[in-house]
Design a protein around this ligand. Structure first.
Ligand SMILES: Nc1nc2c(ncn2[C@@H]2O[C@H](COP(=O)(O)OP(=O)(O)OP(=O)(O)O)[C@@H](O)[C@H]2O)c(=O)[nH]1
Length: 701
């Protein structure tokens, strides 16, 4: 019945589970142990951590949502800002490149005008060269050095001051060819001066004669490490950590904040970054790439018109976006604060929302500890919690009624068992006694308090039967109780004082709290057995005379014959009949006849040995089984003795009366295959005794 209640609960409560978020409340109800009888089985507990968990969930949700929104917004802003910064950087770089181009063109134009003014004598002597330079002071300002070369590029004369000149004309042959062929100034690839060791470039302008033939080359050199023109470019840098640089289209570094890189080739460095590779391949504009130091930077590239140079700039993203990163941190802090405020508000809201549920929990707790009745649960609120409370009330009322019914039923069964005339014993699968009624106390002598929990086998099972008992308990334990039940068997049990108690056993089993128990009614049949024995005895006695009857005679003779044959001992059977007994009946009445029969039986009993059996087998017919008698003369003597004992007058109806008897005697011999054959021979001998005149005996041949 309790199980049915729980099943009903399972069907009713899901609607509340769906209605309320406090599923744990309902689970607590479903988890209630149905076998608890005395206490209120339904219990509800509102987990204390529920508020904390819900608040935590809200805080996390708000935090995550705010952070995602902030993060996405900043991401979009960063993307736009990156484009702005990149475009700005590229515009700045393009401006620097244009200025550099303009300055290079100005130097080329200067060289071209100087070349027109160079006298052939300047190439012929150092003095002529010096004179020429002296007359053109601008050349000293614009170039680190001014030099004249012959057509092959061999140095003729320099201005003689800080000479920077071509260190390997052969290596620059292609460049010289380009200068000669073009007839105009060209910037050389960067090189290291073999005189000063400084990194330098030279701008060469062909010098032609009157016929337009190139007679010499006029070169103006620039020190890459000390050039105001390049320093202007270097000064155009973004932020504190950004910088500008120049390299040729072949990858040779022309200008770089790190002077050790000058004249080095970027393409020969291990793993040049992606932006550099793109720039060498012709890319112009800005892009993002990870530099050699591992930092993400914005790179911009712009090619020059007046030289095979690429002007570049690098701006580390960490610095470029420092304000954005700061904003991101502030955004996260704002999100955390927002989440904390939301959590606090949620906490307050949950506390308010849970108040009625807490009240419900409090009521149920009070019901459990007995300080309140279930009536406090009766519906009081017009909302779902009121419905839940009402449902609890109904449920608990039904369960209380069910439990009361069970208690009443149990009390009835206990009362019946206690008053049962038979011993009732139950035990667990391990044999431990769990029930012992008053009749069991009487039958076996043990008090209930002394036996509960003890092994039944030790108390009432006789040692000889313990094997069978254990087999039965095993079968019970294996669930084969059906084989043992529905049978009433007679067994012997043991009383506390040691004597055996015959009992009739009825087995059964019950299931309680998920466990099976063996039950047994044990009916003490001591008195019944005695009564049965008495009945059996009565069935073998002649009621009139009190001696053995025909049934007893036949059983006794059967046993005696078997014993005589087995032990090879003699046996004699006497068949007796009262002479003319009918006349006694007829003259004195039936009662007098009975009196004669009784006296006759008594005299027979008095004249035989205790081991001999005297029986009345019909009206006035008697038999005597003589054990240990095998000789005819001994049999004759016994017969004679009996005949004589009967001759003594009987007192019948107050008067003496002469009674005689005839006896036929047969001795057991090998021809008597059955007791009946022996009887037949004795009967035949009796017939002969009658025929011989009665009041005597005859021996069977
Ligand atoms: N009083 C009395 N008479 C009985 C009882 N059972 C049998 N009888 C009578 O016993 C008599 C037996 O007679 P029988 O043995 O046939 O003849 P008998 O008169 O004894 O003559 P013989 O045997 O030839 O000497 C019958 O009349 C029976 O009615 C009994 O229990 N009580």
């Amino acid at each position: 019945m309790l199980s049915a209640e729980v099943a009903r609960l399972r069907t009713v409560l899901p609607q509340y589970i769906n209605t309320y978020w406090s599923k744990s409340v309902c689970y607590a109800i479903l988890a209630t142990a149905p076998h608890k009888k005395r206490t209120m089985a339904v219990s509800v507990s509102l987990p204390r951590s529920l508020k904390f968990r819900m608040t935590l969930v809200v805080i996390l949700l708000v935090l995550v949502a705010t952070m995602i929104v902030t993060w996405v917004a900043l991401l979009l802003a960063e993307r736009d800002m990156k484009a702005v910064i990149g475009d700005q950087q590229f515009a700045l770089l393009s401006s620097s490149a244009a200025q550099l181009d303009a300055q290079l063109n100005a130097k080329k134009l200067l060289l071209a005008s100087l070349a027109e003014a160079v006298p052939q004598s300047a190439g012929a002597s150092a003095a002529g060269m010096l004179e020429f330079v002296r007359q053109h002071p601008i050349a000293r300002r614009e170039f680190r050095n001014l030099a004249l070369y012959n057509r092959q590029g061999d140095l003729l004369h320099t201005q003689g001051d800080a000479i920077a000149t071509l260190d390997a004309p052969a290596r620059l042959r292609a460049y010289l060819d380009q200068v000669r062929a073009g007839g105009k100034a060209v910037v050389s690839p960067p090189f290291k001066s073999f005189l000063t060791g400084a990194a330098a470039v030279v701008i060469m302008q062909p010098v032609t004669d009157a016929d337009g033939r190139t007679t010499m080359l006029l070169g103006g050199s620039l020190d890459l490490a000390d050039s105001s023109m390049l320093e202007q470019v270097a000064g155009q840098r973004s932020g504190k950590t950004g910088y500008s640089f120049i390299f040729t289209k072949d990858g040779v570094v022309v200008q770089h904040p790190d002077r050790s890189l000058l004249l080095g080739n970027l393409t020969e460095r291990a793993n040049p970054n992606l932006a550099t590779r793109r720039a060498l391949a012709g890319f112009e504009g800005w892009t993002e790439a990870v530099g050699k130091d591992g930092t993400l930077s914005i790179y911009s590239y712009k090619r020059l018109q007046g030289a095979d140079w690429i002007v570049g700039a690098r701006y580390p993203v960490a610095e470029a976006f420092a304000p954005m990163i700061a904003m991101r941190h502030q955004g996260m802090i704002a999100a955390a604060v927002f989440a904390a405020v939301a959590g606090f508000m949620t906490w307050l809201a949950i506390c308010a929302m849970l108040r009625p549920l807490n009240l419900l929990r409090q009521h149920i707790g009070e019901i459990r500890n007995g300080s309140a009745e279930i009536a406090v649960l009766q519906r009081s609120r017009p909302d779902e919690i009121g419905e839940l409370s009402g449902a609890f009330h109904q449920l608990m009322a039904e369960r209380e009624a069910a439990q009361q019914a069970i208690r009443d039923s149990e009390a009835l069964i206990s009362s019946i068992l206690e008053r049962a005339p038979d011993a009732f014993v139950s035990c667990a699968a391990d044999g431990a006694i769990t029930n012992w009624n008053a009749a069991a106390e009487r039958t076996f002598g043990w008090r209930r308090a002394d036996v509960l929990g003890r092994d039944i086998a030790e108390l009432i099972v006789p040692p000889a039967m313990r094997g069978a008992h254990q087999a039965g308990m095993r079968a019970f334990g294996e669930g084969n109780m059906g084989r043992l039940m529905n049978a009433r068997v007679r067994i012997s049990a043991v009383h506390r004082d040691g004597h055996e108690v015959p009992v009739e056993l009825s087995l059964g089993s019950i299931r309680h709290a998920g466990e099976y128990y063996a039950t047994a009614f044990l009916h003490d049949i001591t008195e019944r057995l005695a009564f049965e024995a008495q009945l059996t005895q009565l069935a073998r006695i002649d009621p009139l005379t009190g001696i053995a009857n025909r049934l007893c005679f036949e059983e006794t003779l059967q046993q005696a014959v078997l014993r005589a044959r087995r032990n090879r001992v003699p046996l004699a059977l006497a068949y007796l009949d009262i002479d003319r007994f009918k006349a006694i009946n007829d003259s004195l009445g039936h009662a007098a006849g009975d009196q004669v029969l009784c006296e006759f039986a008594a005299r027979l009993g008095a004249n035989v040995r205790a081991a001999d059996t005297v029986a009345r087998i019909a009206g006035d017919e008697f038999v005597i089984i003589f054990e240990q008698v095998g000789q005819a003369d001994e049999a004759a003597r016994l017969a004679d003795k009996i005949v004589a004992a009967i001759r003594a007058p009987f007192t019948v109806a107050g008067s003496p009366r002469q009674v005689t008897t005839s006896i036929g005697i047969a001795l057991l011999d090998g021809d008597d295959l059955t007791p009946a054959a022996l009887v037949a021979r004795a009967d035949a001998a009796l017939y002969q005794a009658k025929h011989q005149g009665r009041d005597g005996y005859a021996l069977a041949p």
